[in-house]
Design a protein around this ligand. Structure first.
Ligand SMILES: [Zn+2]
Length: 154
């Protein structure tokens, strides 16, 4: 599993690189999103605590569709920033999209789901967020972190 400390190590150089293109605000947003997006696993943790089962993959932000929306929004802001929208907002949204994309790529590479559709929210929704049928069959240690103390998640 791509643990937060590995996301920090991989993401911070990308955020540093991004500062020339997206500005400091965009770089900070990329760094924050690339690391903190895993906070959405708290939804999975709540599910595991309530049911005692590890049979669902919820992680609502681990979703190509939402990433695509963020990317489209960032591109739209770059081309047609509405009057009154501060410049920094476009940088932040672009940084969020960059950090999000980079996180997803790391997760695909290191978590090795059965297919990239495991990170499609529509695929998971269609399958009732079932872990095995949505792309995590055969991952015996799936969400095993949920039984460990929180400081070991990092
Ligand atoms: Zn992740």
């Amino acid at each position: 599993m791509a643990r937060p400390r590995y996301h920090v190590l991989a993401t911070l150089p990308v955020a540093w690189w991004a500062r020339k293109r997206l500005g400091v605000a965009g770089a900070l947003a990329a760094g924050a999103m690339g690391i903190l997006i895993d906070g959405d696993h708290l939804v999975d943790f709540a599910w595991m605590r309530m049911t005692g089962r590890r049979d669902k993959f919820l992680a609502p932000l681990h979703a190509w569709e939402l990433l695509a929306l963020a990317g489209v929004y960032a591109a739209w802001l770059r081309r047609r920033r509405p009057a009154g929208t501060p410049d920094i907002w476009g940088e932040v949204v672009a940084g969020v999209a960059l950090g999000w994309w980079f996180h997803m790529v790391q997760d695909i590479a290191t978590n090795r789901p059965d297919h990239a559709g495991a990170y499609s929210i529509l695929n998971r929704l269609w399958r009732g967020f079932d872990r095995d049928s949505s792309g995590w069959a055969g991952h015996a240690t799936f969400h095993q972190w949920g039984g460990a103390p929180w400081w070991k998640w990092l």
